[in-house]
Ligand binder design. Structure first.
Ligand code: HEM
Length: 374
């Protein structure tokens, strides 16, 4: 066994240790361990960055045992996906073989506060995480949000952004750490400007942001970024958003699905040869070709959504043959951070220990409302 794999296993075991016995049972399932190992291997040189990010999320939003460090509030629905013939030409993934594939989808507010108002600016960006239940029993995930591009291109940059926000309370001396971060990362403030409150989770466009590689039957490779396009896109003004009830997005979606299915078109923006694929904070030009990969039809609200979401773990690196990682470093960092968050939120009924408790933050009161919610 190589040194790297050993290190990866140690890190995965550290995550399992942190998880406690309840989560250990879940995380040890065959589906999760290889992905945790993969993410741990990739961060072996700087293992703390994923945990540092989750710790900073907890500093910004407070520690809320049992909830996700980001996207804490959400709603789970079910439905199916049917691929277009164009998708099968681009990738030989089972996902695109044209059969009807069952899906589980969680829509969410971006904040790590489980009691955030759906219309609050802190609830941006909204998330749409999709688990496709493939023929044969395996799953593959897509984890998307309503930012058009991400404020940071690497895990370290994202950690530094969170740290800059923590270090920039209203009375901080100018230029604040956040102003300094924005000055050196001009796409970060622009990224925040790309998200707004929709009038419904169903009337929002969601972006995959990170680049993945489609591999065709003949071995051709094409870099793509996902898009989930609604039947109509409707955003509220900040004034309208502020007037909505706290749970209006989840309430509306449940009612809407009871009346008629919600439809999204899964599309892929195609990179041109030589296009950069390693930086999710840099959008590709708007004129890049976009192809329809298939239709997602959501027709069932899960009755006990809170219970269902507790057990769900969506991971950007949970791929299937025919879809591969690109040189974009974020999916691996993300899966690592999602694993840390999952391990902590799976600790049954206890306020978290160790780094979570720094500053004694175990109440529902955030120290400072976060405007960063990946
Ligand atoms: C370095 C970058 C990022 C980090 C560290 C990060 C971290 C996290 C963490 C810790 C969670 C909670 C996971 C859990 O407990 O299950 C989460 C959830 C989520 N993130 Fe990210 N994230 C990043 C970037 C992104 C990007 C680029 C997107 C969209 C393209 C995104 C979309 C989401 C969504 C939709 C969820 C909720 C998933 C669910 O419903 O379970 N994140 N993120």
């Amino acid at each position: 066994m190589t040194h790297l794999v050993k290190t990866a296993q140690n890190i995965a075991m550290a995550i399992l240790e942190e998880a406690g016995s309840c989560a250990r049972r879940l995380v040890k399932s065959l589906a999760y361990v290889p992905l945790l190992l993969a993410s741990a291997a990739a961060t072996a040189d700087d293992p703390p960055v994923t945990a540092q990010i989750v710790d900073l999320a907890n500093k910004l939003n407070g520690v809320h045992p049992g909830f996700r460090a980001f996207h804490a509030k959400g709603v789970v629905v079910e439905g199916s996906f049917k691929a277009s013939p164009e998708a099968a030409q681009l990738s030989h993934a089972k996902l695109f073989n044209g059969r009807t594939i069952p899906v589980t989808v969680r829509f969410s507010d971006g904040s790590g506060m489980p009691n955030v108002a759906d219309g609050s600016p802190a609830a941006n960006p909204h998330g749409m995480a999709i688990k496709y239940h493939l023929p044969g029993g395996a799953d593959t995930d897509m984890v998307t949000n309503s930012f058009k591009f991400f404020p940071a291109g690497t895990g370290e940059d994202f950690r530094d952004l969170l740290a800059a926000i923590v270090a920039s309370p209203p009375d901080a001396p100018k230029p604040t750490k956040l102003e300094q971060f924005f000055a050196s990362h001009p796409n970060a403030p622009k990224a925040f400007g790309t998200a707004a409150t929709p009038d419904s989770y169903a009337d929002e466009e969601y972006h995959g942001i990170n680049a993945f590689i489609f591999v065709s039957k003949t071995g051709q490779r094409q870099a793509v970024r996902y898009l989930l396009v609604p039947e109509k896109l409707v955003h509220l003004t900040p004034e309208e958003a502020a007037k909505q009830s706290s749970d209006f997005l989840s309430d509306e979606l449940t009612k809407r699905i009871a009346r008629k299915p919600v439809v999204f078109h899964l599309k892929a923006q195609l990179a041109e040869p030589g296009e950069q694929t390693k930086d999710g904070s840099q959008p590709w030009p708007d004129d890049r070709k976009v192809v329809e990969l298939g239709v997602l039809t959501l027709n069932k609200a899960v009755p006990n959504s809170l219970e269902a979401e507790t057990k769900l773990l969506f991971m950007p690196t949970s791929l299937t043959d025919g879809i591969e990682l690109s040189d974009d470093p974020l999916p691996v960092v993300r899966t690592g951070a999602y694993g840390v968050s999952f391990a902590r939120r799976s600790q049954a009924g206890s306020a978290s220990s160790g780094p979570d408790n720094m500053n004694g933050h175990t109440s529902n009161a955030p120290r400072q409302a976060s405007t960063v919610s990946p």
